[in-house]
Every structure is written in structure tokens, then in C-alpha cells.
Design a protein around this ligand. Structure first.
Ligand SMILES: [Zn+2]
Ligand SMILES: [Zn+2]
Length: 373
């Protein structure tokens, strides 16, 4: 059976996205069909549309989603119809050299659905990050669907699927923030603010948010920053040192992806501290450091892929912490929108007006998938 749904498709580089019919096959073998309830709008979706990820147009966008399992393939034993899941773009293969070393959170060969979702004429779609959740139904590998407590709101916990997890994990996993640490976060969009929440959850007692946008610094205060620095008016590195007895922070997190902010993050940390790069740089960017500073300041400079998360381990815990009131995911939702408002949401995201716009699928419309055979 093939399901006919509406999905957000990026047809060609730089062109406005369109809503059009998408054909979704029933799951085979290790796949699952997911009825999407909510999906956040992420910068990566915009990057796909701009051709900045790859040229495999047309793309089915959307990848920060939660929903309910509709059907499972014949090899899927751990999920069943009705399970509430958050979708992940890392589903460890179990066989690559990293999985074999016991480090599945770096898996180099993450699993995706084998069958393609297509346009009506049969053209295969490339799902964004192997997910493609700006559609009422999507097809993913069973390893990408992580069962969590169904009491949680889909529009909040779906955000764990990408940007929020990247930020939380940059602090909790990559930076290994611990009790009493001081942390500085450079860039307070969705990922940076999630890093602030991650630092708070890990017990950091000084959390310094740095940005050049007063609105973002206000979000950062709401999400746990103990201090804010507006880098438009002061030297960010000096300001961080002043707030840490002249020493710098234990962990600095760069969530912008530019040479200038990485340099600030590097010099804002204490001796033997850790700098985490979670902001995604443009491929053309380069940076130059005096080598003696890298040596003599000790510590480490690490990049964080998807917050070095292991979705099957982390999503259920974080959803429980959300339900317990420890993790504030609701504050990340600036607006709830409908599928036809994603293009406008891209624009607001580019203007820095929103932390997250989240598409919520109307439950009344999604119970009527048709079939063509
Ligand atoms: Zn692997
Ligand atoms: Zn994303």
C-alpha cells in the first residue's frame, strides 16, 4: 500500500519550497512508518534548500520530529503501532569501526530507510537527514524511531531530534560539564540555548551567555544563563575572564560556526579547559592560532557531532527530565505553525526572530491517508 500525503519539498537550489503530494510506501523489513505529530524548523532544512548540504534534489524537508508509529516492518520487534517516538538522525549500525569500538554515538554508517518516498511521478525524494518529517507520514529505519514517554508534548520533545540535542550534548557529552563548572556559550540561538540548558542540567554554577542580539540574551537568561555578555559593546573574552576571577571558564562552547567566535571561545577558557565547537562552519572558513597557545594552554578543542548523543539512551532520559520539569523544552517553541507557513518561518529564522517554529499537524486531517492499489 502506498500512502498519499502532503509534504514540503525543495525542488531546486534556492527556490521557495512547495507543498506537494508525496507517496510513502508501507514499511518493509527494518523500517517503520511514522505518523508525524510535530516537526521543528531547523537551519539545516534551509541549508538543504540552498543546496549547501548536497545536490541530491528534490529534498523532503523536516527532521526534528515526534509522532506515533503507524506500522512496522516484519523484522521490527521492539516497536509497535501506537508507540510514541522521537525521530533521530543517528541510528547506530552496530558494524562500523566506531560501533565495534563501543562508540556508537559516533557511528559512521547510521541506518536509514531502504525504500524511497517519492513524488507523484515516481521521482525519489532525498529525506533531510534521512528523516523527511514535514509530511503527515514518513518512513524511517526502526533504529531512528526512539520510544519515549507518551505523556510528553510532541511539539516539545520532537526538538530533541536535532538542534536541541546538539546543544544539550555539546555541554553534557562533548564538554563533559560537571558540578560547579563555569561555562561560556557563544551564540544563543536554538543550539546555544540548549547548551545553556545542558550546562545547567549538568550542575554548572556559572553559565555565561554571549551574543550580539539582546533578544537572544533574554532567551538565554530564561533558559539558565547566570550572566549575559553583549559582545557588540564589550570584549567577550575579557568579559568572561572578569566573571571568572580572571581565569576563564572550565568549558567554552562555540555555537555560531565562525572563526571569530571560535577564537573567542578558545581564549575564554581556563588553562586545561575544554572548548567545544558545535556551530557548523562554512566550508570556506579557516582559522589561525599561535601553536604555542594550543600547547601552553593545555586542555582540548573538540567538535561535537549531534551532541555526541546516543538517541536510544538519551531521548528517553531527557523526555523524563522534561516531564519532571528539569529540562525546559517549551521555552524553545516560539510559535506553532502549519505546514504551509514553513517558508515564512525560514525567513523569521534568518532574521533571528524565533528560537524554533514548530509545525503541528492537525489531527483531524491526518487520519485520511488514501491508497492507490
Ligand atoms: Zn556504526
Ligand atoms: Zn536540525
Amino acid at each position: 500500500m502506498t500512502h498519499h500525503v502532503q509534504g514540503i519539498v525543495a525542488r531546486s537550489k534556492g527556490k521557495a519550497i512547495v507543498i506537494e503530494p508525496v507517496l510513502v510506501p508501507d514499511p518493509s523489513h527494518s523500517e517503520v512508518l511514522v505518523r508525524v505529530q510535530a516537526c521543528g524548523v531547523c537551519h539545516t532544512d534551509l541549508h538543504y534548500r540552498e543546496g549547501a548540504i548536497n545536490d541530491e534534489f528534490p529534498f523532503l524537508l523536516g527532521h526534528e520530529a515526534a509522532g506515533v508509529i503507524e506500522a512496522v516492518g516484519d523484522e521490527v520487534a521492539h516497536l509497535q503501532a501506537g508507540d510514541f517516538v522521537v525521530l533521530a538522525w543517528r541510528a547506530p549500525c552496530g558494524h562500523c569501526r566506531s560501533c565495534k569500538k563501543g562508540r556508537p554515538w559516533y557511528c559512521f554508517d547510521s541506518r536509514n530507510a531502504q525504500q524511497s518516498m517519492t513524488l507523484q511521478d515516481g521521482t525519489p525524494l532525498t529525506p533531510a537527514l534521512g528523516i523527511g518529517a514535514f509530511a503527515e507520514l514518513t518512513l524511517v529505519d526502526a533504529g531512528q524511531a526512539v520510544k519515549v514517554n507518551p505523556k510528553a508534548k510532541a511539539e516539545a520533545v520532537g526538538l530533541l531530534g536535532c538542534g536541541v540535542m546538539a546543544g544539550l550534548g555539546a555541554a553534557m557529552h562533548t564538554g563533559k560539564v560537571t558540578q560547579g563548572d563555569s561555562v561560556a556559550v557563544f551564540g544563543c540561538g536554538g543550539v546555544g540555548n540548549a547548551a545553556i540548558q545542558g550546562a545547567r542540567l549538568s550542575g554548572a554554577t556559572t553559565i555565561i551567555a554571549i551574543d550580539i542580539d539582546a533578544r537572544k540574551l533574554a532567551w538565554a537568561r530564561d533558559l539558565g544563563a547566570t550572566h549575559t555578555v553583549n559582545a557588540i559593546s564589550v570584549d567577550a573574552v575579557e568579559a568572561v575572564r572578569e566573571l571568572t576571577n580572571g581565569n576563564g571558564v572550565d568549558v567554552s562552547i562555540e555555537a555560531v560556526g565562525t572563526p571569530a567566535t571560535l577564537q573567542q571561545a578558545f581564549y575564554a577558557r581556563d588553562l586545561a579547559g575544554t572548548t567545544v565547537l558545535v556551530g557548523v562552519p562554512d566550508p570556506s572558513m579557516t582559522i589561525e592560532f599561535p601553536m604555542i597557545d594550543i600547547f601552553s594552554r593545555g586542555g582540548s578543542l573538540k567538535s561535537s557531532w549531534y551532541g555526541d548523543c546516543l538517541p536510544t539512551r538519551d531521548f528517553p532520559i531527557l523526555v523524563d527530565r522534561y516531564l519532571a520539569g528539569d529540562l525546559n523544552l517549551d521555552r524553545f517553541i516560539t510559535e506553532i505553525i502549519e505546514l504551509d507557513q514553513v517558508e515564512a518561518a525560514f525567513h523569521r529564522m534568518e532574521q533571528g526572530e524565533v528560537l524554533r517554529s514548530v509545525v503541528r499537524f492537525p489531527q483531524t486531517n491526518i487520519n485520511a491517508p488514501s491508497e492507490d492499489k
